[in-house]
Ligand binder design. Structure first.
Ligand code: AMP
Length: 321
């Protein structure tokens, strides 16, 4: 995850909940992708470390367990950069130029100049991040599938030149529900429409009150539409009281419930869901140096593995002196 700001409910449903569940079945590696943040945020690096620590607090609050999973920082493992450089030697530029998100992002983020070498090459760094640990699967949404396909092609090319060093990583496809934000566009920091995992209860109430609902429903006695209505999508995602949600939906369709009641119950549900996370977050932040310690320890253990892989790489490439 790139440390580019505070984490929000979109990160929770789209990534963190899945990451936490994967700990039951896999030996997991999760990292702060601070070099990847530089591909688009190279001009303003002042908040990267602060975001990294803040994100790590949210990871732990959401249930990532540093005793079970390796939580680390990309830039503390320079071997990732060494491997990315070597992969750059064998990767034809057209392979990078045809990655679908490449042109898309350049167009979407027109306010940033993304014509850099680093931005073009970031799938190489991403490949290095994965294969340096011999990862066999990577949990991704379908938008990331072309990146992993590219990673496999690079692995095949490398292994073809230098012998079987790397494992071809497979996508562990997860249905990533795209959570809308307060204004019904995709929840994203750049739209200013987020509910952050670190928001307090009053902030959550205020934000939920501003949420977009059925725009046709100007009065509480007009029948409303539930389908595609973000307020009900949130109820489905965050309110465990199914009877309450069904009752609200039925009355909304009939025009016998006000938005205030629907939103008040939603804010209560979101706050009850966030409460235990708030406690774990506060506990992590209350221990001086704890988050840095977690990330340093994780990075030390990850680095030992990355260094061992690079020994094999140097041998395979006959770069042994
Ligand atoms: P970002 O911070 O935008 O780079 O997002 C990192 C990851 O968080 C994405 O790959 C998604 O898995 C997840 N994510 C971010 N925003 C949302 C959202 N609104 N809905 C669902 N998942 C999201």
């Amino acid at each position: 995850m790139r440390p580019t700001g505070k984490l929000h409910l979109g990160h929770l449903v789209g990534a963190l909940r899945n990451w936490v569940a994967l700990q039951e079945t896999y030996r997991c590696y999760y990292f702060v992708a601070d070099w990847h943040a530089l591909t688009s945020h190279y001009a303003d690096t002042g908040e990267i470390v602060e975001s990294a620590l803040d994100n790590a607090a949210d990871w732990i609050a959401a249930g990532l367990d540093p005793e079970r999973s390796t939580l680390f920082v990309q830039s503390l493992i320079p071997e990732h950069a060494e491997l990315a450089l070597l992969l750059g030697m064998i990767t034809p530029i057209p392979w990078l130029e045809r990655v679908p998100t490449y042109k898309e992002q350049i167009e979407q983020l027109a306010e940033r100049d993304l014509s850099s070498f680093g931005f073009l090459g970031y799938p190489l760094l991403q490949t290095a991040d994965v294969i340096i640990y011999n990862a066999n699967v990577v949990p991704v949404g379908d938008d990331q599938v072309p990146h992993l396909e590219l990673s496999r092609e690079i692995v095949r090319r490398f292994n073809n030149f230098y012998g079987e060093v790397f494992t071809e990583p497979q996508a562990l496809l997860t249905q990533v529900p795209r959570l809308p934000g307060l204004d019904n566009r995709k929840m994203s920091k750049s739209y200013g429409n987020t509910i952050d995992l670190s928001d307090d209860a009053v902030t959550v109430q205020k934000k939920v009150r501003q949420m977009y609902t059925d725009p046709k429903r100007v009065r509480a006695d007009i029948p409303g539409t539930v389908e595609g209505n973000p307020v009900f999508l949130y109820h489905d995602a965050f309110n465990p009281d199914v009877d309450e949600v069904e009752d609200l939906k039925a009355r909304y369709r009939l025009g016998t419930v006000g938005d205030v009641e629907v939103k008040t119950k939603l804010a209560t549900a979101v706050n009850s869901m966030l409460d235990p996370m708030r406690e774990r977050r506060a506990a992590a932040l209350a221990r001086p140096g704890y988050l840095r310690e977690v990330l340093f320890e994780g990075s030390t253990s990850a680095r030992a593995e990355a260094a061992a892989t690079m020994e094999r790489v140097r041998d395979a490439m006959k770069l042994r002196y």
